[in-house]
Every structure is written in C-alpha cells, then in structure tokens.
Design a protein. Structure first.
Length: 153
C-alpha cells in the first residue's frame, strides 16, 4: 500500500486510517479484523466493546427497521414529506440514538444513525422549515463524528 501525506507528519505522530468501510454493525468489523490477528483500538471499537450485547442486538434491530423505513418511504424533492412519516422517523431515530450510550459515544461516530438522519434532513427541508432542516443537519453531522461549531445567528 502506498500512502501520500497531505501535511507534514511529526516524528512519532500516529497515522490513522480505516481498515474497512464504516459499518453500522461494528462487531462484524471487529470480528473480521480479529480473524486477521488484529485487535482494533480505535475510539469506535473501544466504545463498542463497552456496549452490552443486548444493546447491540436492539441497535441492529432498529437499524434494520430504519433501513426498511427509508427504502419504503422514498422522498421526492418536489413533494413535501407527510408529517405522519416525519413523526415516525423521529420516534425511530430517538430509539436508535438511545442505543448509543451518550457518555461512551461522546464525539464518536454513530454510523447506525446515518441513513435515517439523512432522510430526516431531507424531510425537514421539504416539509417543515429551513431552520429545522439546519438543526437536523447539524445533529446528523455531530452523530456522524464531525465537530461542528456555528458562529452567529
């Protein structure tokens, strides 16, 4: 593998890169890496190791439910998303978000929220207000691991 740095790297500075594409079921990623004799110690894998099996199982159930919801309720940029669907997505998102311990996953990506979070952003933009869409987008980016700071009003 050949890697090109886009900035100067200090002596003894750790270089990090993903070994696999992010997967909402990080236990599957952990198992694949263990198969190759590698135990990942990234923040996501460490946080997942602190998550109970029951909580992971519930998260995967909700991720599948969210995937079905997003697939079943395709959005049209020209037709506002019905309020009843937005409410269902909000409830599902809240349940899914609750499967990530907020202390353990503080500032750590929560990939299981990705598809439903994107769906909600588009829904708010089409049917609610721009302010609500922006708030949802900021929350979605934060849950995706980005540290967002908004200045001004």
């Amino acid at each position: 593998m050949l890697i090109h740095a886009t900035k100067d790297i200090a002596k003894d500075e750790e270089i990090m890169m993903p070994y696999r594409v992010a997967d909402p079921d990080s236990s599957m990623t952990i198992d694949v890496l263990k198969h190759w004799g590698f135990e990942c110690e990234c923040e996501i894998c460490v946080a997942e190791s602190k998550t109970s099996p029951d909580q992971k199982k519930e998260r995967m159930r909700l991720i599948k439910e969210a995937a079905f919801f997003v697939t079943t309720h395709k959005q049209d940029n020209f037709i506002p998303t019905p309020a009843v669907l937005i409410r269902k997505a909000e409830v599902l998102y809240s349940k899914l978000e609750a499967t990530y311990d907020s202390a353990v996953f503080k500032n750590i990506p929560r990939f299981g929220l990705d598809h439903l979070g994107s769906w909600l952003c588009r829904a708010y933009a089409s049917a609610v207000t721009l302010r609500k869409a922006i708030e949802a987008a900021l929350k979605h980016l934060k849950n995706s691991g980005f540290d967002i700071v908004v200045k001004g009003k």
